[in-house]
Design a protein around this ligand. Structure first.
Ligand SMILES: Cc1ncc(COP(=O)(O)O)c(C=O)c1O
Length: 447
């Protein structure tokens, strides 16, 4: 075991030290070489040293270097040093965060982490929370609590009776809601297509003037941070209008919620503290290793009544048992890395990281604009949309950038226009990374 762990530490150190010098995406040859990890089902044991060697020899080259400073795809955070170390420690501990009986340390760290985030996001003390796989499941969790509360108010116990025959209620989303929000609605039996869709403006913000007049309680899904533009829905006003009709506001803040920590950006989420539930990701702007999503529900009883389980073999305690607040049961102890991220950076360090990412995104957009590219969105956050001309030219340029390997950006279609997406979400990105990447992008655009 000792040699194995020393070996893995040495190999991981080599991987991380090489990040600034390697291409971001793997080559087709690196991917083809993964075939060496295939083969017939092993009938006999292989030593752990050899298993590790195979993984490193073939796997490391085939990774996407998304934990380095020049990965700008999707919305992808790196892994802060303290969180990687915590992840290794947690792996050695191998704790199940199901309940106190399984792991007091996992539950206590999770509780501390949830309490710290409640403070960071200026939520009410005592807000309910759950650490799940990602924002998709965090949206699911918040919306499940909303479904529970609205139907309970209508005299229907949805957990006991299911949705067949339940009183109907409207679900309202913006036209630019994230596709995974529809998945959560579908999983909850609320339907992808029976939603009322509110038109958005040119940045993807829900238009308050087009929001329906509510005369019945509804679940209203707002967004804090559009995946393409970074824009925020008008939260304060729509919370007020939803609550006046007895409804439930859920906010998808997969990355945008973290702007609450930055004094200069906090106005973007004005009114968010009034929302009933919200979702965010740890693996995006908190820069913890995959996977980690976080759900918050203002009324912890609603969350508990939605998720609680009981059985004779499960000890009943007076403490918060994660199994009663979470859609998952046995699960990895994500609170350890969240605790480590916040403990290592503190409020100030977290705000600095988010601010720096936003400043670097503006620098990136300025460089590309000066080089002749068109920036399609107002760069208010860490997201920028770039057009290189026609859709064909933009897609060809994105392909060339990915093949070039200096950095990695994906493509999108924003309100009918084909664009390249840039998301600067990693603590590891430096000014030099931005300048080097902008040069490579302009070179690919000219080619
Ligand atoms: C606004 C928004 N919601 C939800 C998600 C889904 O997050 P996850 O993949 O962590 O489930 C994303 C991912 O980019 C997002 O940007």
């Amino acid at each position: 075991m000792k040699n194995l762990l020393q070996d893995v530490a040495r190999r991981a150190e080599g991987y991380i030290e090489n990040l600034p010098y390697r291409r971001v995406g793997p080559t087709p040859e690196d991917l083809e070489a993964l075939e060496a990890l295939n083969g017939p089902l092993p009938e006999h044991p292989t030593s752990a040293d050899e298993v590790l060697d195979l993984l490193d020899r073939y796997g490391s080259k085939a990774t996407v270097a998304s934990t380095g400073g020049r990965y700008f795809g999707f919305v992808t955070g790196g892994a802060l040093p303290a969180t990687l170390a915590a992840n290794w420690m947690a792996g050695a501990w191998d704790q199940n965060a199901f309940s106190h009986a399984n792991s007091p340390v996992a539950v206590i760290l999770e509780n501390i982490a949830l309490g710290w985030m409640t403070d960071l996001f200026h939520l009410s003390p005592g807000t309910g929370g759950a650490l799940v796989t990602g924002a998709t499941m965090a949206n699911f969790t918040g919306l499940a609590a909303g479904r529970h509360a609205l139907l309970q108010n209508a005299g229907w116990d949805v957990e006991e009776k299911g949705l067949f025959g339940a009183p109907a209620f409207p679900v309202i989303v913006g036209a630019e809601a994230h596709p995974t929000l529809y998945k959560s609605l579908a999983l909850l039996g609320l339907g992808r297509n029976r939603v009322i869709t509110v038109p958005v403006d040119d940045q993807g913000r829900m238009r308050a003037d087009a929001f329906p007049t509510l005369d019945t309680p509804a679940i209203v899904c707002l967004q804090a941070g559009n995946v393409n533009t970074g824009a925020f829905d008008p939260i304060a006003e729509l919370c007020k209008r939803t609550h006046a009709a007895g409804g439930w506001v859920h906010i998808d803040g997969a990355f945008g919620l973290w702007t609450r920590i930055v004094p200069d950006l906090a106005h973007l989420t004005d009114g968010l503290e009034q929302a009933d539930s919200m979702a965010t990701d740890g693996h995006k702007w908190l820069n913890v290793p995959y996977d980690c999503g976080i759900a918050f529900v203002k009324n912890p009883t609603a969350l508990r009544e939605t998720m609680a389980i009981s059985a004779a073999y499960l000890p009943q305690t007076a403490q918060r048992e994660p199994r009663d607040y979470n859609p998952e049961s046995s699960r990895r102890a994500r609170g350890i890395e969240v605790w480590a991220a916040i403990r290592s950076l503190g409020r100030e360090g977290l705000a600095g990281m988010i601010e720096r990412n936003c400043r670097l995104t503006r620098r990136f957009a300025d460089r590309l604009k000066t080089g002749g590219c068109e920036i399609l969105n107002d760069v208010v956050l860490n997201q920028a949309l770039v057009s290189f001309g026609t859709p064909e030219k933009t897609l060809a340029t994105v392909k060339r950038i990915q093949e070039d390997g200096t950095c990695w950006c994906g493509s999108t279609v924003w309100q009918g226009k084909t664009a390249m997406r840039i998301s600067v979400s990693s603590w590891a990105t430096t000014e030099a990374d931005i300048d080097h990447s902008a040069e490579a992008i302009l070179r690919c655009a000219r080619a």
